[in-house]
Design a binder for this molecule. Structure first.
Ligand SMILES: Nc1ncnc2c1ncn2[C@@H]1O[C@H](COP(=O)(O)OP(=O)(O)O)[C@@H](O)[C@H]1O
Ligand SMILES: [Mg+2]
Length: 400
């Protein structure tokens, strides 16, 4: 195949398209079972937690796509990265909804009502900006449940609203968001008769806990799901589906190499798939292609996530060999923790003597952290891709 004709269906660094989404069947069906209730006017709230890169945005996209196609809902996806105030969030919510409905014939009426606060920008007014006065914004914020339900009642051939607020991490520092959200959810449930509205929030597990400590009602409001690693079976299915759509076949050992090094991490799965796709030249992926793909994926992970953190000191021989030994042991379950004790019999004298320094340095650079149980002397990698990266480096060194 001519390389200029090739285009990869793998999506490293992007949420997966809903049609290529794999796995998570239990969680998905647990979510979808509430959609008929939403459609008949019972609002629902979901909270998807999980570490970075585990697939929260992809799952939110998948469910919102389903709501749009099968339940005729209007969908709005708010990328909340870096939003730290409820004011900004509220503006984003309304703005995303307006952008979502702007091409519907019936939306004229809504835009006329909001004329004062709406501005079209970009080529041919392609993008709608929502610019309420401070008074109006305060009013919307305090009455969001009524405001949204008014909006939805003006949707003509649509049956509800599905809102994704992606990454509420930045809103968990103070009690404001938890308290505001509780009051929004309660008003929606008790003061509005027909509210076909569904909201899905995403964030890190510890941020959800934080919201809970601010306001314990969040446990009652949300259906919560924590995303864990994908199963090897899901990963194999993912590779088989995508490669077969190119008429590329995979040898069984290549498939298990790619799956094993993915370690259940969707990000790694996408990187390895993409890299292997480009390594293959004959539409048959053998184990050599797979191994080359894994090495390339490891290099990319290193460059993207890790190199910026590694300073000269940590690049020293003994520190790197420590990283490799730890990575090799942890890669099979990248979110597990480690202590010095577990490594004592495989460390050489130098490694043993610099261990304490090494931990201090790696912690300072944000590569490892104290385990979530906060037990003294127990550590974990801050990103589950790191141990996989070091494992690949270790294997490379051994085969040199
Ligand atoms: N269920 C899935 N099937 C296929 N690829 C996935 C799946 N979930 C996540 N991915 C891929 O993994 C990477 C991280 O996913 P993303 O949804 O951005 O994670 P998060 O929002 O938790 O940081 C992306 O490259 C995405 O394409
Ligand atoms: Mg995300």
């Amino acid at each position: 195949m001519d390389i200029s004709e090739k285009e990869s269906l793998f999506q490293p660094g992007q949420p997966v398209s809903p049609d290529r989404f794999k796995g998570r069947e239990d969680i998905i069906s647990d979510i979808l079972k509430y959609f008929p209730a939403v459609k008949s006017g019972n609002p629902q709230h979901f909270f998807i937690t999980g570490k970075r890169g585990i697939g929260k945005t992809s799952l939110a996209n998948f469910t919102s796509d389903f709501a749009r196609k099968n339940y005729s809902m209007v969908t709005a996806h708010i990328m909340n990265d870096g939003v730290h105030t409820i004011d900004e969030l509220v503006i984003q919510i309304i703005e995303r909804i307006l952008n979502s409905i702007k091409s519907e014939k019936w939306s004229d009426k809504i835009f006329k009502l909001m004329d004062k606060y709406v501005e079209s920008v970009g080529f041919g007014g392609l993008n709608i900006k929502f610019k309420p006065s401070q008074d109006e914004l305060t009013n919307i914020k305090d009455n969001l449940a009524f405001y949204l339900s008014d909006l939805v009642s003006n949707f003509k051939d649509k049956d509800g609203l599905f809102i994704v607020i992606d990454d509420v991490n930045g809103l968990s520092h103070t009690p404001d968001f938890a308290n505001w959200y509780k009051s929004f959810a309660d008003t929606l449930a008790t003061s509005i008769e027909h509210a076909p509205i569904c909201v899905m929030l995403t964030g890190y597990p510890e941020k959800f806990k934080k919201l809970y400590t601010h306001n314990p009602s969040v446990n009652r409001i949300f259906h919560t799901h924590e995303l864990k690693r994908l199963s090897n079976e899901d990963i194999e299915n993912f590779y088989k589906t995508i490669f077969s759509s190119y008429n590329i076949s995979i040898s069984p050992d290549a498939l298990s190499t790619m799956t094993e090094y993915s370690s259940g991490m969707p990000t790694m799965m996408q990187e390895i798939g993409d890299a292997t796709f480009w390594k293959d030249t004959d539409r048959y992926i053998d184990n050599t292609d797979a191994i080359n793909g894994v090495i390339e994926a490891g290099n990319r992970i290193g460059l993207k996530y890790l190199q910026p953190l590694l300073d000269n000191k940590i690049r020293s021989e003994s520190y790197l060999s420590l990283f490799k030994k730890i990575g090799k042991k942890l890669a099979a379950s990248p979110n597990s923790t480690f202590t010095k004790k577990e490594f004592e019999n495989i460390l050489n004298e130098t490694e043993s003597s610099v261990f304490k320094d090494f931990i201090y340095r790696a912690k300072k650079l944000g590569i490892i952290e104290l385990s979530s149980s906060k037990k003294q002397g127990e550590y974990q990698f801050t990103n589950q891709l790191y141990p996989i990266y070091f494992l690949i480096q270790a294997v490379l060194e051994e085969t040199d």
